[in-house]
Design a protein around this ligand. Structure first.
Ligand code: Z5A
Ligand code: MG
Length: 215
């Protein structure tokens, strides 16, 4: 076992499953309990790479599929050192999307050569989450939460393909959460999982790296 640290707690899942809602709620609850926690999200649209990603997502620019994939990965790599410093300093990072979205979205495009193996390569070596909460919601239930936004990937075909890709990427250690329930009910389950990860990190479980398997 190594030094005590903060936990990397991740929310993943298809559109409108409630990632941002639960991530916000979790940070607030952790802070109320005296746990040092911060909300992170990817893409981080505030950095130089983030600005390029933002323009791409809003269809203001066109970028080759391979290049945009690498930019999304670079957007994580440029924050790796800060992420590791914060975790080492005991801060728990609650993260809204990460490498798993990166791989699911690019691989879902079905572009020749850009399969999951290719998509995973630039993510190798990034910190692995201590907990991955996959919020599961059917496309029909997601549709009941309002229409699509204006961004590039917000179409039924793309969302279906992304969901299938997430399902094929699923590993046994992920926590799959039924997202078709009241926010408060989901939050209770989320909190239990997050507190477990925080406890393990606090007691010195080393931070893993992608794509090492977890027990
Ligand atoms: N992308 C990529 O291609 N490569 C990468 O490496 C990464 C991302 C990291 C970023 O979108 C886009 O970039 C995304 C993937 C791609 N493309 N798409 N599509 P984003 O993350 O910025 O997207 P967003 O605007 O945050 O939407 P979202 O993530 O899809 O939604 P969400 O965060 O899961 O859901 P929410 O905003 O919390 O909730 C959605 C609505 O449902 C809202 O009105 C809530 O009030 C409501 N809601 C939430 N929970 C509930 C419950 N329990 N019951 C009922 N209603 C609820
Ligand atoms: Mg969101």
């Amino acid at each position: 076992m190594s030094a005590s640290r903060g936990a990397l707690v991740l929310f993943e899942g298809a559109d409108r499953c409630g990632k941002s809602t639960q991530a916000r709620r979790l940070v607030k609850t952790l802070e109320q309990r005296g746990v040092r926690a911060e909300l992170w999200r990817y893409p981080d649209r505030t950095t130089k790479t983030g600005e390029m990603i933002d323009a791409y997502l809003r269809s203001e620019s066109d970028t080759a599929d391979a290049a945009i994939h690498l930019l999304f990965a670079a957007n994580r790599w440029e924050k790796k050192a800060l992420m590791e410093r914060k975790l080492a300093d005991g801060v728990t990072l609650v993260c809204d999307r990460y490498s798993y979205s990166g791989c699911a979205f690019t691989a879902a495009k079905g572009v020749e050569g850009l399969d999951l193996t290719w998509c995973k390569a630039p993510e190798v070596g990034l910190p692995r989450p201590d907990a991955l909460m996959y919020l599961e919601l059917s496309l029909e239930d997601a549709a009941r939460r309002g229409g699509f936004g204006e961004e590039r990937y917000e179409t039924t075909e793309m969302q279906r393909a992304v969901k299938e890709m997430f399902e094929s990427m699923r590993e046994p250690w992920w926590d799959v959460i039924d997202a078709n329930r009241d926010e408060e009910v989901i939050e209770r389950e989320v909190l239990e999982i997050a507190l477990g990860a925080i406890e393990r990190a606090k007691s010195g479980e080393p931070l893993g790296t992608l794509w090492d398997a977890r027990a």
